[in-house]
Design a protein. Sequence first.
Length: 317
Amino acid sequence: MTRHLVGRLLGLVAVLFVTSVVVFGAVHLAPGDPVTFLLHGRPATPEAVSALRAEHHLDDPLAVQYAKWLGGVLGGDLGRSAQYHQDVTALLGSRLPGTALLVGYAALLVAVLGVGAGILAALRPGALDRAVLIGTGVATATPSFVTAIALVSFFSVQLGWFPGPGGGAAEGLGARLHQLTLPALALALTFAGLLARVTRSAMLDELGREHVEVARARGVAEAAVVRRHVLRNALGPVVTVGGTMLAGLLISTAIVETAFDVPGLGSLLVQSVTAQDFAVVQAVTLLSVAAFVLVNLAVDLLAPLIDPRLAPGEGAP
């Protein structure tokens, strides 16, 4: 276990290092002079251009520039936003809570809707099973921005149950959760459909096991059979896939936050790409990759605790 943990941590460091190289190099691979992007078309004197190049170490060799940039990142200095005129670290800190709340809310919906629908489909073959398969198929095939438009049109415009995009940040946790319900649904439905299918498949696989038939033959109540012998053993692949989806939720926030005008990291990334604010793009990309790798590491370590049949690193059967 210790050897596996050390190996995964070294792999995490390697992934983040490669990501940092790619993210840093992308700025220099873009056509044109980086100073042009930093100025955003504003006129500048030669002295101002020279000062800007010196500030961002653009006259140093590329390897030296990368070393200085990486040293700043490791020290918590992510640079300064050319669009918002403030430190990127502070900018991310102001946007991170909104994204964290949205992802947490969406993850809860994915777990409840996905696992619940999968269990119902596995335990109720026939019409209910077919309905779940059709519903999850539609959910997984529908892009998030289409789901967002449909949810706003029905629940905001027609029924008026939830606020639409651009309403500003609500005060209080309850009001904030109410405001984030439609964005969380739009973000969660595709992943919930996928998790429902994984849960259904895992449940059906466990229902056909010999020990389940033996428990039923011994007169064990069906609810106890499902809870102790089926659902418990099916949790391994469900948690493994669900953890990967949690990382995917963070990556998918860009579309949903932009559609609902949620002030989070996803919408910040889209705005920064449009404005060519490379310092912010670099920081958000690094943060997203780090979160993705850390979540996958946590799932890999948690899986054997849920299902002892899984050795560390094996994943779901």
